[in-house]
Design a protein around this ligand. Structure first.
Ligand SMILES: Nc1ncnc2c1ncn2[C@@H]1O[C@H](COP(=O)(O)OP(=O)(O)OP(=O)(O)O)[C@@H](O)[C@H]1O
Length: 228
């Protein structure tokens, strides 16, 4: 479970200070699905980065299962990210010279598994996103939707507790968008993940049971009875 208390993030730009997050309190239960939406520059990505331990708050605490990520030494934060957090981004961030299988395997390198186990788990993860036939394909040989599926397999191959997605459908057309949302929602259910997703797309936001809206760094939470 995530417990954020009084989270503030300020960036300095030249002599000005930007308040990206202002006194954010937020609890996210295990297995919850939360969408973060709001106007551009509101603080959505900043909040996601805090949840993933990619950046630290200026003040406040970000506890995951009682461990405050804000205070974790850098080396432990890196291990925590490698083991517990799966990230999916708008621009798939695949390595162009590696095939699908090798891209997925990169997520297992920090876990020091044997090569054979890495290969097997990567193949299974690709199978679970419907790409079992494309293990040897390079990113340039796949559609945007397929590349995002590889990125999802890479995020989930390590069996993380949490999946964080920043505009995962932002670079996709409408049919691929629905396809990727179906994949993400199925995996969320199957793996019992805690799933937090940033989106600009209100038709996607409406599918989630809880919606956090961030404006000028301040958060408002809404329960959504029409979630799917
Ligand atoms: N590394 C940084 N240095 C300085 N300012 C930053 C940095 N990252 C974000 N900001 C500022 O913090 C504020 C929040 O940015 P953030 O990227 O979290 O917003 P967002 O809601 O995700 O926006 P978008 O929808 O455009 O991606 C913005 O004013 C942004 O310019």
């Amino acid at each position: 479970m995530y417990q954020l208390r009084g989270v503030t993030k300020q960036y300095r730009r030249d002599k000005a200070t930007v308040d990206a997050l202002v006194d954010v309190d937020l609890t996210i239960g295990d297995g919850d699905r939360l969408v973060i939406q709001g106007p551009t520059g509101g603080g959505k990505s900043t909040l996601l980065q805090m949840l993933g331990g990619l950046d630290r708050p200026t003040s406040g605490s970000i506890e995951l299962d009682g461990v405050d990520l804000a205070k974790l030494p850098e080396a432990r934060l890196t291990t925590f990210r490698a083991e517990s957090i799966g990230f999916v981004f708008q621009s798939f961030n695949l390595i162009p010279t590696l095939n699908a299988q090798e891209n997925v395997e990169t997520a297992l390198v920090p876990l020091r598994l044997k090569a054979a186990e890495r290969r097997e788990r990567a193949a299974q993860a690709l199978e679970s996103v419907g790409l079992g036939e494309r293990l040897g394909h390079l990113p340039s040989e796949m559609s945007g939707g397929q590349q995002q599926r590889v990125a999802i397999a890479r995020a989930l191959v390590k069996n993380p507790k949490v999946l964080l997605a920043d505009e995962p459908t932002g670079n996709l057309d409408e049919s691929m968008r629905d396809e990727i949302m179906d994949v993400l929602e199925t995996l969320w259910k199957e793996h019992g993940l805690t799933f937090v997703m940033v989106t600009h797309d209100s038709s996607i936001a409406r599918r989630a049971p809880r919606i956090a809206t961030i404006r000028k760094g301040r958060i408002t939470l809404t329960e959504n009875s029409k979630a799917v």
